[in-house]
Each structure stands twice: as C-alpha cells, then as structure tokens.
Ligand binder design. Structure first.
Ligand SMILES: [Mn+2]
Length: 292
C-alpha cells in the first residue's frame, strides 16, 4: 500500500487532499508528523511497509537522517520550507520550491490537480486569512489538533478525504461545534496574551515574547501584538513541556516586520520559512539564551 506522511496542519492536510484527488482509486496509509517527529514517524512507516513501496511526504523539510530513511521507499518529497543541503538517494524525488505560499498548492501543481481548496491553503499558511472558508477551515483543523489529542489523526485524515469534494463537504454541524469551541479557547488565550506579553530590545532588535505551558498557535500572539500596535520586529513564543522525563522547549518565531527569523531557528537546530520558523530543543531555553 502507498504511504503518505504529511504535516499535521491545514497545509499538510490539503496536500494530502491533492494526492487523494490525483489518485482517487488508491488507498493510502496516512501518517501525520511535525518537523520534530518526522524521524520517528518514518521509522514507524518503515516497520509497516515493504521496501520499495511508494511514499509521499508533504510540508516537512528533510535532514540527512530523514532523507536516508525515506530511501526505504520510492519517495516523492514535496515541500515549500527552506531546505538545508541534503543528499538524496536516486529513489527519492525532491520537489522543493520556497516561492509557493503553501506546500498544498505546490503539490497540486506538481500532481496536476486544482481547486479552490488550494487557495484556502495559501491564505492559511501565509497567515493571511481573508475568506470565511479559510477562517473556518483553519479553526476546524486547529480545533481538532488542540482539542482531540491522540484521536486527532483519524479526524484529520477524514477531513483530507472529504475536502477533495470541496469546502461545503466539511461544513457540518459537528464541525461547527469544534470551530465554536476552539474560538472560545482562542479568545481566552488572546486575553492572557494581551496581559502577559513581554518585550525586550537587544542590539536594536525589538522582540515581543510570550511564555506558555499550554500549546497555542503562534499566530495568535503575532496577531495580538499587531492588533495592540506594538512595534516589534520579532514575535517569539516559548512553550515548555515534559517529554520522556525531559524538559523540552518549543520556540516559535514570527516576523512582525519582514525580519528574517529563519536564521535564528536554524541556529537552534530548527527551521521553517524566512518569516515563520521554529525549533524544539531539549532543556529549558529562555529568551536570554537566544539574545544575550
Ligand atoms: Mn506549509
């Protein structure tokens, strides 16, 4: 059976939809991953597949280790993040174009499918949501990710499948409920951010930062900072959690002012885009550890 591994956000899900549209007759093993979990997810996929099976990877950047693991399969790797120099084996076809606003629209172009949903992916991934549809889809997918925990993946896969028939197909009563619940949660987060966001100026760089022990979308902090008319070059969100008995810090950077945040994430072993990046590091990372 062919396998697909995709980022567990709206862009990743719409990328899977592109694949489903291209091959409506095929059944896929679907896995969701984050940049940080890709290696583990690839190992799981290998343990369930046959060498030489077909694999698609969407909206996730490679490193040398994950590139090697992907070569277990006949792989097509489609992504719009900034890639480090990686050597791929012959059986991994790499399609990387950072000029695309979403991996989904790059996947659609590469696979030769089209539809309105790819415009929604562009709006959402660029944090430039204008249409009601994009607003709903973003909050539905984030709602599932933030509310359902481990049960989220089955629901996300169902959305990838249903949205191939258009946006109307996911606008259900049950999903309305998820969207509404998520928007209430976001309202609470926004109020907290407004009270607790902090500022630091180092070497002429203005940084607005927020510390949380609850996973929240970084865009909420970015949008709030903009709404508060705060002059910042960078918005940073520090999320602290425990994994396998270890202190972990996930830090997200958003450019509030065309400031290149990719390099900062890269220094911490992360990556992403020029104006939106992040890294997950072991240990307790504070803002002073980044800007001394
Ligand atoms: Mn993306």
């Amino acid at each position: 059976m062919p396998t697909v591994i995709s980022h567990n956000d709206a862009d990743g899900i719409i990328s899977i939809a592109a694949l489903f549209m291209k091959y409506p007759e095929k059944k896929f093993s679907v896995y969701f991953a984050t940049p940080n979990s890709l290696k583990l997810v690839l190992c799981k996929a290998i343990s369930k597949a046959r060498m030489g099976d077909e694999l698609f990877i969407f909206d996730l950047s490679p490193n040398q280790e994950t590139a090697k693991l992907a070569s277990f399969f006949e792989t097509t790797w489609i992504d719009h993040h900034i890639w480090e120099d990686v050597n791929f084996d012959k059986n991994v076809k790499a399609v990387n174009d950072t000029s695309y606003p979403s991996a989904a629209s790059l996947a659609a172009k590469y696979l030769g499918v089209d539809g309105k949903i790819f415009e929604l992916a562009d709006e959402i991934d660029r944090n430039n949501v204008k249409s009601e549809e994009a607003y709903y889809l973003r909050d539905l997918i984030d709602g599932i990710r933030f509310i359902y925990g481990k049960a989220a993946n089955v629901k996300l896969k169902a959305i990838a499948s249903r949205i191939t028939k258009g946006f109307e197909n996911i606008k259900t009563l049950e999903n309305d409920g998820i969207v509404e619940k998520f928007r209430e949660f976001i309202k609470e987060v926004e109020e907290k951010v407004e009270k607790e966001v902090k500022f630091l100026e180092k070497d002429g760089i203005k940084i607005a930062f927020y510390v949380t022990n609850r996973l929240i979308p970084a865009r909420v902090v970015l949008n709030k900072v903009k709404e508060m008319n705060i002059l910042a070059d960078i918005v940073a969100v520090f999320y602290y959690y425990v994994k396998n008995g270890k202190m972990m810090t996930k830090v997200e950077f958003r450019s509030a002012n065309n400031y290149d945040v990719f390099e900062i994430a890269k220094r911490l072993g992360g990556g992403g885009h020029k104006y939106a990046s992040g890294a997950t590091v072991e240990g307790f990372l504070k803002i002073d550890d980044i800007w001394k």
